[in-house]
Design a protein around this ligand. Structure first.
Ligand code: SF4
Length: 309
């Protein structure tokens, strides 16, 4: 592979919200150009929905729409395969299947894809996966190692800043609602963003369960479920434990139909007591009006409970 001429496409969906700094720093350090798809809009969603099977979750439909938007605009589209980070630290199976699934959906195009494989149970850690990726791109070992190290450092620094912002928000006066969602659901303009926008417009401060100290959250998740095996769900469970005392209510925000969330949200509803909770499942048809009505009632419930209404 001739490194200089390569442009890599990054779909702005799913793991992009977790790894954007890691990926962009890594490629930048190796002097490889990247292009990110535009934020989700109705066209991206419709294109993704047309490419997906009906049973696919909304996040996957949106992801396919982003891949479609990048087809023909770059040499390679990055499709990471992230299976697990060790025992009881699995990712949803969609992340395991992603490279095969996308290659199959786009088999009729000339688009080329690039992947890396994180599967700690099979002795493939993230550092090795990035080393392999860099070498495949024709970069020298030393440069790849340096790029990965800096990418990890920048990614951790970005997360720390975001956690500090959450801590500052939690100290502010006013009603606060904790959003328990995968980052790609919470931040997507067609899923979680309308929810957080509505809360802000109505004087409520949204907090995020996934923006906490992740190692601490993994440990704290044990109190709610010692057996939950999904990494991101465990981070959210732990995030709820760490942040729930700062919040007046919790919104469980999911993409329809999400297998892990269906189980984990039920667990949260049964085990987290003494705080109002709203279980909001978003699908491609969820109009903002329907979501706003439910949010309005939820805010009223909190106000009523706190004697404000
Ligand atoms: S965890 Fe849920 S929303 Fe995320 S990819 Fe899996 S099924 Fe989709």
């Amino acid at each position: 592979m001739e490194k200089q001429s390569i442009k890599i496409g990054l779909p702005r969906a799913m793991l992009y919200y977790r790894y954007s700094v890691l990926w962009t720093t890594f490629f930048q350090e190796l002097e490889i150009e990247t292009v990110v798809s535009e934020p989700t809009n109705r066209d991206v969603l419709d294109r993704g929905t047309a490419l997906a099977i009906d049973e696919a979750c909304l996040s996957l439909k949106i992801y396919l729409g982003h891949v479609d938007a990048l087809v023909g605009k770059c040499d390679y589209i990055l499709l990471p395969r992230v299976s697990n980070f060790g025992f009881h630290r699995n990712m949803c199976t969609r992340f395991e299947a992603m490279p095969d699934l996308v290659r199959n959906v786009f088999r009729g195009t000339d688009q080329k894809f690039l992947s890396y494989d994180v599967d700690v149970l099979a002795k493939k850690n993230e550092e090795d996966a990035f080393l392999e990726l860099g070498l495949e791109l024709g970069c020298p070992v030393k440069a790849v190692k340096r790029a990965y190290k800096l990418a990890k450092k920048n990614s951790a620094a970005q997360h720390k800043v975001r956690v500090q912002k959450q801590e500052a928000l939690s100290r502010r006066e006013g009603m606060k609602v904790l959003i328990a969602a995968h980052s790609y659901v919470a931040e997507d303009p067609f899923m979680g963003k309308p929810v957080t926008d509505y809360l802000r417009q109505n004087g409520v401060i949204p907090l995020r369960a996934d923006l906490t100290d992740l190692d601490g959250a993994l440990k704290r998740s044990q109190a709610l479920s010692p057996t939950c095996k999904w990494e991101i769900s465990r981070e959210i469970l732990g995030g709820i434990q760490l942040r729930k005392d700062e919040a007046d209510g919790i919104i469980l925000l999911s993409a329809f139909p999400c297998g892990p969330d269906a189980m984990v949200n039920e667990l949260i509803l049964r085990r987290v007591k003494g705080i109002p909770m709203l279980n909001l499942v978003l699908d491609a048809q969820s109009g903002t009006a329907g979501v706003e009505t439910r949010l309005e009632s939820f805010i009223d419930i909190i106000r009523f409970k706190e004697g404000i209404l």
